[in-house]
Design a protein around this ligand. Structure first.
Ligand code: PHE
Length: 454
C-alpha cells in the first residue's frame, strides 16, 4: 500500500504541472530573485536570467522530467537504472535538498512570524528599520518560528494530503499572483519609483560580469527546483500521455513570470522607501524590510500585508513539502524503515541542521564562512546553489548527452507529443551547457576564494 501510494501518478494533465509549479514557485521567486536582481545590476540580471531560463532551464528541466518518466524512479534510482556506474550522481543530487530544506525552513519561519506580526497589529512596527534585524538576531524567537514551519511541513508530508494540496494550490496560487500584481502596481505608481523601475528593467551592460551569470544560473536551478532530483521524481509520477514539452514550458513560464512580478513589487519599492543607492547592497533581508514599508503606506495595508504573508507562507510550504518529500523518499529507498518514522527522523534532522542557519544571525553571527558580512545561511545557500547544483547539472548533461545519448530523452518526449525544441535541447545539453557550467564552476570557486580572502 505504502509503495503503491508513493508511486502514484498525478491525477491528470494539470496535476503534474500544478505540483511541479507548486514546488518551483516559492521563496525563490518572492524572496531570493528580487534581492539577487537588486544586487547584480537589475536589468542586466533580468536579461541574463530570462535568456538562461528559456534555453538552459528548458533543456535541463526536459532532461530531468523525461529521465524520471522514462525510468519511473526517483533520483537515487533513475541514474543507476540507466547505467550502474552513474549511481553516484543520484547521491550527489540527493545531498542538495538535504542542505536546502533546513535553511529554507528558517526563512519559512520568518514568513510565519510576519503573519503573526500583521495579525497582532504590529504592521507599523514591522516597517521600522530595525524590526527585521532585531528579530532575526535573537536566539529563541526565530528558532520558535522556524520550528513551527518545519512542523507544518512535516505534518503535511506525514499525512500526505496530496489531494488537499492540489486543490488548495489551484485557488491560492492565482490569488497570490493577483495580489502581487496589485502590490506591484501600487508600488510603481508611487512617486520616486521610476529610478528603481529603470534600474530593474533597463539593462546596464557595464554591470555585466561572470558573477552575474553565476548568480543567475544558481537562481535558475533554485527557482525551478532543478539539479536536485525533484523534477526527476515528479517526472516519475507523470503519465505517459501528458504532453511533456508543453508542461515544461508552462512551469518555466509561470515560474519566471512570477519571479519578474515579485521583483517588480520589491525592487522599485526600495527606490521609493530607502533610495536607489541602497539597491545593490540589499541582501536577503530585502523582502522583509521593503514590503512592510509598502504595506504601511498602502490603504488597508496592514490587512493586505497579513494576507500577503499568508500566501507567501503557502507558496513556501508547497516548496518545502516537495523538499521534505524528496529527502524522505531518498532514505526510503535506502533504509527499510516505515515512511512515517522517516518523516519524524527527517524532521528532527532538519531542525538540528537548520539551527545553525537560524543562530547564524544571532549568537553565531561571528561565524562568517564566506567573508565579512556573510552568514551561515549564506554559506549553505552558496554550497548548494553555486557549487553542488552546477556540478549535478554538468554531470546530468554529460550523462544525457554522451552516456545514454539525447535520443533516449527525445524518444521519451515524443511519446506524448512532437518535440518542437529538440534541436535547441540537443545543442544545449551536449555543448553549450557543459561548457558554460565548467566555466561557471571555475569562476565560482575562484570567486569564493576571492571572497574568503577578504
Ligand atoms: N523552487 C523553490 C523556490 O523557488 C525552492 C525549492 C528549491 C523547492 C529546491 C524545492 C527544491 O522557492
Amino acid at each position: 500500500m505504502e509503495e503503491q501510494s508513493s508511486r502514484s501518478k498525478f491525477s491528470g494533465k494539470i496535476g503534474f504541472v500544478l505540483a511541479a509549479a507548486g514546488s518551483a514557485v516559492g521563496l525563490g521567486n518572492l524572496w531570493r530573485f528580487p534581492y539577487l536582481a537588486a544586487k547584480y545590476g537589475g536589468g542586466i540580471f533580468l536579461l541574463v536570467y530570462i535568456i538562461l531560463a528559456v534555453t538552459f532551464g528548458f533543456a535541463l528541466m526536459t532532461a530531468e522530467v523525461a529521465l524520471g518518466r522514462k525510468t519511473g524512479l526517483s533520483v537515487s534510482g533513475a541514474f543507476k537504472k540507466l547505467n550502474k556506474k552513474w549511481a553516484f550522481l543520484g547521491y550527489i543530487s540527493a545531498s542538495v535538498p538535504i542542505i536546502i530544506l533546513p535553511y529554507y525552513s528558517v526563512i519559512g519561519g520568518w514568513v510565519t512570524k510576519y503573519i503573526e506580526t500583521y495579525f497582532t497589529g504590529q504592521g507599523t512596527a514591522a516597517a521600522g528599520a530595525d524590526y527585521f534585524g532585531g528579530f532575526i538576531s535573537q536566539t529563541w524567537q526565530p528558532i520558535f518560528w522556524f520550528g513551527i514551519f518545519v512542523l507544518i511541513t512535516a505534518l503535511i508530508v506525514f499525512f500526505g494530503v496530496e489531494k488537499g494540496i492540489e486543490r488548495v494550490s489551484k485557488f491560492m496560487m492565482p490569488i497570490l499572483v493577483i495580489l502581487s500584481i496589485g502590490i506591484a502596481i501600487f508600488v510603481i505608481t508611487r512617486p520616486g519609483s521610476s529610478a528603481g523601475l529603470k534600474y530593474y528593467l533597463i539593462p546596464d551592460f557595464s554591470k555585466f560580469s561572470s558573477t552575474t551569470i553565476l548568480a543567475a544560473i544558481g537562481q535558475l536551478f533554485y527557482s525551478m527546483s532543478l539539479a536536485m532530483g525533484i523534477m526527476i521524481t515528479y517526472g516519475s509520477y507523470m503519465k505517459k500521455d501528458v504532453d511533456l514539452e508543453k508542461s515544461v514550458h508552462q512551469i518555466e513560464y509561470f515560474d519566471t513570470g512570477f519571479a519578474l512580478i515579485a521583483g517588480l513589487m520589491i525592487v522599485p519599492g526600495v527606490a521609493v522607501y530607502s533610495g536607489v543607492e541602497n539597491l545593490d547592497s540589499s541582501g536577503p533581508a530585502l523582502m522583509f524590510q521593503v514590503l512592510p514599508q509598502v504595506f504601511d503606506n498602502m490603504p488597508m495595508g496592514h490587512l493586505i500585508g497579513g494576507l500577503f504573508f499568508i500566501l507567501v507562507l503557502f507558496a513556501a510550504l508547497t516548496s518545502s513539502i516537495s523538499l521534505m518529500e524528496t529527502v524522505v523518499s531518498i532514505f526510503q529507498d535506502k533504509l527499510k524503515i516505515s515512511r512515517r518514522l522517516l518523516v519524524v527522523l527527517v524532521t528532527i534532522g532538519t531542525f538540528a541542521i537548520g539551527l545553525l542557519s537560524s543562530l547564524g544571525f544571532g549568537p553565531l553571527s561571528f561565524i562568517e564562512p564566506l567573508g565579512a558580512g556573510t552568514s551561515l545561511l549564506d554559506f549553505f545557500d552558496f554550497i548548494s546553489n553555486s557549487v553542488i547544483m552546477p556540478i549535478v547539472a554538468l554531470f546530468t548533461c554529460i550523462f544525457v548527452g554522451y552516456v545514454i545519448k539525447t535520443k533516449a530523452i527525445s524518444d521519451e518526449v515524443k511519446i506524448s507529443s512532437k518535440f518542437h525544441w529538440e534541436k535547441l535541447f540537443v545543442v544545449m545539453v551536449k555543448y553549450i551547457a557543459p561548457i558554460g557550467l565548467v566555466a561557471i564552476l571555475i569562476s565560482s570557486v575562484l570567486n569564493s576564494l576571492g571572497i574568503a580572502k577578504i
